[in-house]
Design a protein around this ligand. Sequence first.
Ligand code: ADP
Ligand code: ZN
Length: 741
Amino acid sequence: METSTNTTERQDPKHILKKYFGYDAFRPMQEEIISHVLDGGDALVLMPTGGGKSLCFQIPALAMPGVCIVISPLIALMKDQVDTLKSHGISAAALNSSYSSAHENEIINACQKGEIKLLYLSPEKAVTLSSSWWQSLQVNLIAIDEAHCISSWGHDFRPEYTQLKWLKKQLPNVPILALTATAENTTRKDIVKQLELPEPKIFVSSFNRPNLSLAVRTGLSPKERREEILNFLRTQGDAAGIIYCLSRKNTEDVRSFLNSHGIAAAAYHAGLSSDERSRIQGEFITDKTPVVCATIAFGMGIDKSNVRFVIHYNLPKNMEGYYQEIGRAGRDGLPSKTILFYSYPDVQRLLSFIHDGANEEINLEKLKWIQSYSESNICRRRILLSYFGENLQENCGNCDVCANPPKLEEGTTTAQMALSAIVRMGQKANLTQVVQVLRGNSPADIREKNWHQIKTFGVGRNISSGNWNRYLMQLLQLALLEMVYDENYALRVTTAGWDVLKGNQTVQFTIPEYQKIIVTKTDPEEKPAKLTKEAQFRAEMKAKRKEVAASEDVPAYVVFSDKTLEELLVVKPITLEAWETITGISQFKAEKYAHHFIDIIKRYRPKPRSGPGTHMETLRYFKEGKTIEEIAQLRELSIGTIIVHLERCINEGESVDLTALVKESLLADVLLACEVTQQKAQLRPLFDTLEEKYSYDELRLAMIQLKRDEKLNHIPDYNQEWVERLEQERLQKQIEKQRTS
Ligand code: ADP
Ligand code: ZN
C-alpha cells in the first residue's frame, strides 16, 4: 500500500526519516536544509554525489500537505528515483515526453486529487505545462535537481533549464530548492543568478568522500593498462564498476579484451542506438552486466548505490569531471575503489581537443590541475579537495600516496641525459619524440629531422619508455622543463634546467613504488577457494535480494542497499522489530521484504545458548509482553521449552503470571484428570484421559498454574498402577485399530 498523507498538519522530519527511509539520524546539513525549506526559504544545496541530496526535498515533500515537483534532466534517473520512493511506500510519479497522453492525464489527475507526494518532471515538460495547471495543484516545494545544468559555465549545460526562472515568478510563495554536486565556484554563483532567486540560502557541504580510495597509475601502455584492469577485476568478485574511456574505440577495446578473458563487460558510447544504451544501462543497474566500459556519457542518469569501483582508463579533462565520475562509486558509503591511469599520450590528445575548442585558456588551466593531481607526491585527497576550496588538515590515509609515500632516488645523471637530448634537438621535440631519441628509436619523423644523428641518440635505451615518461613528467613538475603548447608541445629547458645541465644543481626523482600495491595478481587458473560461511551467507542473501528485485522489476539496491545488506549480515535479525532497527529499513520495508530473508538468516544465526540463565532471557521477553509463541520464534526454541523456562522461573521465585494463558475450563479438566489418574508427574496419562482434547503445552501450562495454586497437594507424584493400566488400554486400542484397517 502506498501512502499519501495529505493531512494539513506538518510532520516531524526526523519521524519521517525513520518511518519512510529507516534512518535514525540526518547527515550533516540535511536537517538545516530541510528546516529552512519548511520555513518557506529558497536554497541552493551543494553536496557531493552520494551526500544525500534527495532526502532534502523528499522529506519536506512528505512533511507538508501538497505535492513536491522535482525537475530532473535525466529520464532514467527519474524512473530510478520514483521506483525507490515507491519501494519506501511513498506515492511518486514522473512525467516526461516518453509517456502517452492518456498516462499523462492519469498522473495529472492524481496530482490534482492530492494522491501524489512527489512528481518528477523533465525541464522540457515543466515549461510546457500551463500556468493554470501549476495553479491547480497544491505545490509545496519545487526541487531543481542537477541545478548546474542551468549554467553555461558548468560541464553539462541544458538550455531548457534557463527557462526555469519562470517558476519563481509563477509561484512566488513556493520555496525552490536547487541542488547540485558541482562544487566549482563560478558555476555556483551562476546558478543563483540564472534562477533569479531573491535571497537563497546557500548550503555547501564537505566534498570529501572518505570511503572512496584514490589511486593513480602512471605511464602504462594501453596493453599494460588493460592487464592491470583485468587483474584488478579478478580481485573484485561480482562487484559492479565503471571504466571510463576517452573514445568509443577505447571502450570497445577494453570491453573485448575483458570479454575475451571471461568478464561480463559492456561498451557504452554515443555511437549506440538509444535502445541499446538504455538496455546496457538497465543491465548494469540490475547487476546483469557488472562492468561497463563507457565514455563520459554514462552514469549521469544512474543512481546505482553499489558501484564498487570507477576506473579511468584515460585521463579526464578536468578535476570537475574526474570528481563527478569517481563520485559514482560508493554512494552507499561502503569502501569503494577508484583508479586513474595517467599517461602522456592522453595529455597530448586532450591538449589537441582543447586547442580545437572554445575557452582554450580556461581548459588548459583545468588540464594542468588534473595533471598535477596525477603527478602529485602528496596526499591526493588534499589536492582534490583543495581544488574545490576545501582544506584537509591531515593526510587522508586512503590514497596511493598515503599508503606508500614515495621514496626518492638520485636522478641527476638521468635528468642530464634528457635535458641534453632536448637541447641537441633544438628544443623542438615533444615528449614522445624525446623518449624515442633517448631510447634509440628512429621512426620517419625522427630521421626526417636528423635527430638519429645526435650524440645522445640511444643513451637511455636501458630505461623503459614508461620510466622515461615518468622522469620527463617529473622534470616538468620540478619546473626544469616547460612545455610550449603552441609549438607542437615542444619541451624546452628552463633556467633551473640549465643549472642541472651545467652540474650546478642536483635532481631527485620519486620512485613510484606505490604503483605496485593496488592490485595483487591472482592466477586465473586457480580454483576459487571454498566460500567461508560468511561469504556463503552474503551470497545467499544477495541472490535472494536479486530474485525479489527481479520480481518487482527494480534494481537490487532499491530493495535495500549494500550497506543495509552488510548490517543485516552482522545483526541477523529475524523479527520485524529487529529488522526495523537496521539502517535503511523502514517499517514498510520490513513488512514488505523481511519474510523473504528470515529463513536464510535463521540458518546462519548462532544456535541459541542453552544453559544457565537462558530461562531468564525467556522471562525478559515474557515480561515485555511477548506471547509464548513469539518468544519461541524469537529464540528459535520450541513452545514446550519456553514453558519449561517459565516454570523454572516460577520455581526460582520469579513472579510469572500465566493466568491470562490458562482458561478456567482447562484448569478444571486437568485437575479432574489428575484425580482420575491419581498422579501429577506425567503428562501422557492426562493427555490420554482427556482424550487429546488439549495439547501437551496447554497441559503443562495448566499444571504449572495448579501447582502454584497448591491445588495438587493431595495427589501423589506418580501412580504406577494407573499408568500401567492406561498403557495397556492404549495398546489394546492400537491393536484394534490395526485390525480394522
Ligand atoms: P545524492 O542525490 O546526493 O547523490 P542520495 O540522495 O542518492 O545522494 O543519497 C545517497 C545514499 O545515501 C542513498 O542511498 C540514501 O538513501 C542514503 N542516505 C541519505 N541520507 C541518509 C541518512 N540521513 N542516513 C543514512 N543514509 C542516508
Ligand atoms: Zn591521502
